[in-house]
Design a protein around this ligand. Structure first.
Ligand code: ATP
Length: 331
């Protein structure tokens, strides 16, 4: 096991100063304390080579978790061991083995070309010359940024800069890389390139811990999804299990020859149990949600076909957004 987290708890204490003049004056003598329970006793283990996606609504505790795992914040209680090291206790030894890419924060020096920033990292991590050249050449070719190497970072597009951020984070060949919103603001082509890069590095055995609000990132990359809400883990499994979390539901778009499931005075009387009408596109075109644990799909298709004369049919999984929205809404 590469990462072992037990009972991880973080409580932020803030002091209420008040907003009116008299409240601020009073707070000089006696201030009210507010505790924010950002992480409430998290237990988690992650194996070497995993690609884990952390999801959660705003304020769920993801950044707090990432900050503790990268060693920039210490917890209120609990233990963390990453490759046998406690991140916030033995920082010097720890940072040599990890990498980090933050979509909203740059590690490159703005006024100098990426190639010079890379050489700074070579010195910081004491990477031998031959190994540095070999790793840099490989990464630069993988991400196709050779033409950008000699230009000042401030002149690069967001996509070019993000690719260079990845190179910067991978030069010392870390075994674990933390990614915080790595594709934020990128166009679809740049996103694809970066995702392919992450997958290739993962195939080489690098463990990735990815925090994001981009469900495409999670669907395309993560083998395991951990959803945090109100400081606790509310889901920890694969992406297909996430889809099944609220039952085996399917979305069916049916185009029929005759008007189908039309409303009567008593409501939509013809709908069988386990099936609900999501939307009506026209009298004879409907979008249905089918709970296949109640009504199996072949029976529903047969019923629609025999009753209304089926012309066209599309069966889809529940959109991952719907599942996530329901998980987030749960207290
Ligand atoms: N330095 C701090 N002092 C006080 N409270 C804090 C501090 N940092 C975070 N919090 C609170 O802790 C909770 C968790 O915050 P955190 O930033 O970890 O959430 P998050 O899941 O990363 O959210 P987002 O997706 O919006 O970045 C929030 O209620 C936040 O207001």
């Amino acid at each position: 096991m590469q990462i072992d987290i037990q009972g991880l708890t973080k409580t932020y204490t803030t002091w209420n100063r008040g907003s009116t003049f008299s409240e601020v004056l009073k707070s000089l003598v006696r201030r009210e304390k507010t505790d924010v329970h950002a992480l409430k006793g998290i237990d988690l283990s992650i194996d070497s080579g995993e690609l884990v996606g952390f999801l959660g609504p705003n304020g769920a505790g993801k950044s707090t978790m990432l900050k503790i795992l990268t060693g920039v914040l210490y917890p209120t209680a609990g233990s963390v061991s990453v490759m046998g090291v406690c991140p916030w206790k033995d920082r010097k030894k720890y940072v040599a083995g990890i990498g980090a890419v933050f979509g909203q924060k740059s590690q490159l020096v703005w006024d100098i070309p990426p190639a010079d920033s890379f050489m700074m990292n070579q010195a910081i991590y004491r990477i031998p010359d031959a190994r540095f050249r070999r790793t840099m050449d490989r990464l630069v070719d993988m991400l196709s940024v050779r033409d950008q190497m000699k230009q000042p970072t401030r002149n690069l597009s967001l996509g070019e800069r993000m690719k260079c951020e990845f190179i910067m984070a991978m030069l010392h060949e870390p075994r674990i890389v933390f990614l915080d919103e790595p594709t934020i603001g990128l166009d679809v082509i740049a996103k694809d390139k970066i995702r392919a890069f992450i997958q290739e590095m993962n195939r080489d055995g690098v463990t990735f811990i990815l925090t994001t609000h981009d469900l495409d990132d999670v669907e395309r990359l993560a083998q395991r999804v951990i959803v945090i809400n109100h400081g606790s883990i509310v889901f920890d499994d694969g992406i297909s299990a996430l889809r099944q979390h609220f039952g085996a539901k399917k979305i069916i778009t049916a185009s029929c020859a005759a008007p189908c499931f039309v409303s009567t005075e008593d409501g939509v009387s013809a709908l069988p149990s386990g099936v609900s009408l999501l939307s009506r596109l026209s009298e004879s075109d409907v979008v249905l949600e089918c709970d296949t644990s109640v009504m199996d799909l072949p029976s529903l298709i047969r019923l629609v076909s025999e009753t209304f004369g089926l012309r066209d049919l599309v069966v889809e999984d529940i959109p991952i957004e719907t599942v996530i929205k329901e998980l987030y809404a749960k207290e």
